[in-house]
Design a protein around this ligand. Structure first.
Ligand code: FES
Length: 141
């Protein structure tokens, strides 16, 4: 193998490794919580907010059969906020991060409580009432 060809193959291998690593990191940032439905409530355990390294998550995402879009559940100062991840502009699925939800379609941004931070959306997200006990979190649907 020629030196130039060897260097070119190594470069491609390294670049694909870095790209794969970044992709894995971005996929790993969203945790899909295990949940169950009890009559008109979604129930999840509080331990869903603790990752394998015992680090507290800022949010978890919950999918269920009753809604076409997931619900994002944020935790801030031992209080919880649950918001529906359907953009109020034209209905795209939002992407959550630690501090906000961003729409990939036209760039609207919402607070962790579902308030509009950036247009073109001009309506807040649907919010759900959240109650807790010692062990569980209940989202009223
Ligand atoms: S659908 Fe979300 S900003 Fe347009």
């Amino acid at each position: 193998m020629e030196r130039r060809s060897f260097i070119k193959q190594c470069s491609v291998f390294c670049a694909s490794g870095i790209g794969l690593s970044l992709l894995m990191q971005s996929c790993g940032s969203v945790h899909y919580a295990t949940s169950s439905i009890e009559t008109n409530k979604i129930k999840i355990t509080k331990t869903e907010f603790i990752d394998a390294k015992k680090v507290e998550r800022k949010f978890v995402v919950i999918k269920n059969d009753r809604f076409p879009f997931p619900i994002c559940l944020y935790k801030k100062n031992n209080a919880y906020a649950a918001v529906y991840m359907e953009c109020s502009h034209q209905g795209c699925e939002l992407r959550p991060n630690k501090t906000s939800l961003v729409c990939p379609c036209h760039g609207s941004e919402f607070s962790t409580e579902g308030k509009v931070l950036s247009p073109p959306a001009d309506k807040d997200l649907k919010q759900f009432k959240v109650i807790t006990d010692n062990e569980y979190i209940y989202i009223e649907i």
